[in-house]
Write a protein that binds this ligand. Structure first.
Ligand SMILES: [Cu+2]
Length: 158
């Protein structure tokens, strides 16, 4: 009987390792536009779901194709909707989803080291506070259907 108890405990521990991850990301893509040339900028979108029972915060990211990655929101600045960095990151409450989409919250890739053209694929690591980072491979680039953001600090006028 004692041996059986040990085996059961081992099985439970193994099951624990394959449970749902704290965070899952779906429908992700990266925008290609006239801004997404070398030295330019673009944004990553998708749905981030917090499967855990604790708060998780998206605080930044990392990718080979950008010198800098920031978490941005849209806000009313000087009477116009513009994007800005979210201080402290984007909070995803326990058990809830947050959508990154054109015209809303997004993961900003700045100082691009290569052009992001329609159909090209990049990999991006999402940096979370409260759980492990998540790396997305094969994030496909496509043009956005409206909802372009305007950056208020580095105003790239064109
Ligand atoms: Cu932005």
């Amino acid at each position: 009987m004692k041996k059986l108890g040990i085996l059961l405990t081992a099985a439970l521990v193994l099951t624990g390792c394959t449970q749902t991850p704290d965070v899952s990301v779906s429908d992700y893509w990266v925008k290609s536009s006239e801004m997404s040339m070398v030295g330019g900028m673009t944004a990553v979108y998708g749905t981030i779901t917090n499967n855990s029972s604790k708060e998780i915060t998206l605080v930044g990211g990392l990718t080979d194709v950008a010198g800098k990655v920031e978490v941005h929101e849209m806000a009313m600045i000087d009477g116009a909707m513009k994007m800005q960095k979210i201080d402290g990151g984007l909070v995803i409450p326990a058990g809830q989803s947050v959508v990154l989409e054109p015209g809303g919250n997004h993961l900003m890739l700045l100082e691009l080291t290569e052009a992001v053209e329609p159909g090209s694929q990049i990999s991006v690591t999402l940096d979370f506070e409260g759980t492990e980072d998540v790396t997305l491979e094969g994030v496909v680039a496509k043009p956005a259907e409206g909802g372009d953001e305007e950056y208020h600090t580095e105003g790239m006028d064109h």
